[in-house]
Design a binder for this molecule. Structure first.
Ligand code: SAM
Length: 351
């Protein structure tokens, strides 16, 4: 099969979402099934990626403002009551928060929560991989924007590519599967490595996904210049030969994934800006300081922390969650010509 546009995939996902709708979960006001929660466990990070956080002068939330694990687990249980079936732990860097493994164990015991995943920069993954597996985690995304050690220093400004690779290998050895590698495509920085990343899938069963740069964090003012579209990435990948489109499941993300003939892994793109997938977006976000957001790019938030700490009952909290789901913005309203600045940085929202 030739490389396909993202519209085909959107249609396939829309059909899956529609069939889920027939089961038990109420849709939002735009007829979308919201079954995926991205939970930021911390706004702190051990890296300072050039497109995400400034190198210095960052003010993190005081610990007292961050939800305790107990509060987070309570919120997740109520989200599950409102249709959430998958939770991804993110941040900041989730592995820098102490107690993350017992927290995952606790989440794994929540009835009707079908999938728990984690997104990490991989720096601490070697240390945690086996524990994560034992805690019940099975799916992991590792952010790695380059295959070149010196360039890694330039992009991440801390940690090392060696640590990330060792982390990925430890995760593979521990049995985490699939291992997804996220690459933010940056013009003039790593777009010369698109084919190298694709070739990695010949020898490793990893799913490499190129993410379009978003106007958040340090990329807020620079996204246009540094942007590489998913169409351009797919065009470049074509030179590698024949591809097969791989269909996604109801809890899978918005990536369009392909398998190159003869490859063990998969390669794909996440076209956040150029072909936005708002129509089929199934996500809700909970920030580390307890705000629910219907959209990464909308600064409209529902404060869940205050009522949680005031001891409001579950019906009250559940109504707040339901209301946020119902009022999830129809779309993010951004494209390359209409970039507006988002108030919260990515590490504050949870990427
Ligand atoms: N620390 C973890 C990590 O590095 O994967 C989780 C949080 S990080 C904010 C989540 C993802 O957001 C990473 O893959 C990162 O590359 C991506 N990201 C951060 N800022 C971005 C931006 N402006 N545009 C696109 N992706 C971005």
């Amino acid at each position: 099969m030739e490389l396909m546009g993202n519209d085909c995939l959107c249609n396939a996902r829309a059909a899956t979402v529609a069939s889920e709708a027939k089961k038990d979960i109420l849709p939002d006001n735009n007829n979308r099934i919201i079954n995926y929660l991205r939970l930021s466990v911390t706004d702190r990070c051990n890296l300072r990626c050039i497109y995400c956080m400034p190198e210095e002068g960052i003010t993190f939330q005081p610990h007292s403002e961050i939800l305790t694990y107990e509060e987070m687990a309570h919120a997740v249980r109520l989200c599950v009551r409102n249709g959430i079936r998958k939770v991804r732990l993110t941040g900041g860097e989730p592995l820098v928060r102490k107690g993350i493994v017992p927290f995952i164990e606790k989440l794994c015991r929540i009835e009707n929560l079908q999938e728990i995943a984690l997104t990490t920069n991989g720096v601490l993954l070697k240390e945690y991989a086996h524990e994560l597996w034992r805690s019940g985690l099975r799916r992991i995304n590792v952010s790695m924007d380059t295959l070149k050690p010196e360039k890694y220093q330039r992009i991440a400004r801390a940690g090392s590519l060696k640590q990330v690779w060792e982390g990925i290998e430890a995760a593979e050895a521990a049995g985490l599967n699939p291992i997804k590698i996220n690459v933010v495509a940056l013009r003039g920085v790593n777009d010369d490595e698109i084919l190298d990343f694709a070739r990695l899938t010949y020898r490793k069963p990893y799913h490499v996904r190129f993410i379009e740069l978003m106007p958040l964090g340090e990329a807020n003012g620079r996204a246009q210049e540094d942007f590489v579209s998913s169409n351009e990435i797919l065009r470049r990948l074509r030179s590698l030969g024949r591809f097969k489109l791989v269909h996604s499941g109801p809890l899978d993300g918005p990536a369009s994934m392909y398998a190159i003939d003869g490859a063990e892994g998969r390669i794909g793109v996440i076209p956040t800006l150029s072909h936005h997938f708002c129509e089929t977006c199934n996500r809700l976000r909970l920030t580390a300081d307890g705000r629910l957001r219907g959209c990464l790019f909308s600064d409209r938030e529902t404060d869940l922390k205050t009522p949680l700490r005031e001891g409001k009952d579950d019906d009250y909290l559940s109504n707040l969650i339901r209301d946020t789901i119902l009022k999830k913005p129809k779309d993010h309203g951004l494209d390359l010509k209409r970039l507006r600045k988002c108030v919260r940085p990515m590490n504050g929202i949870g990427g």
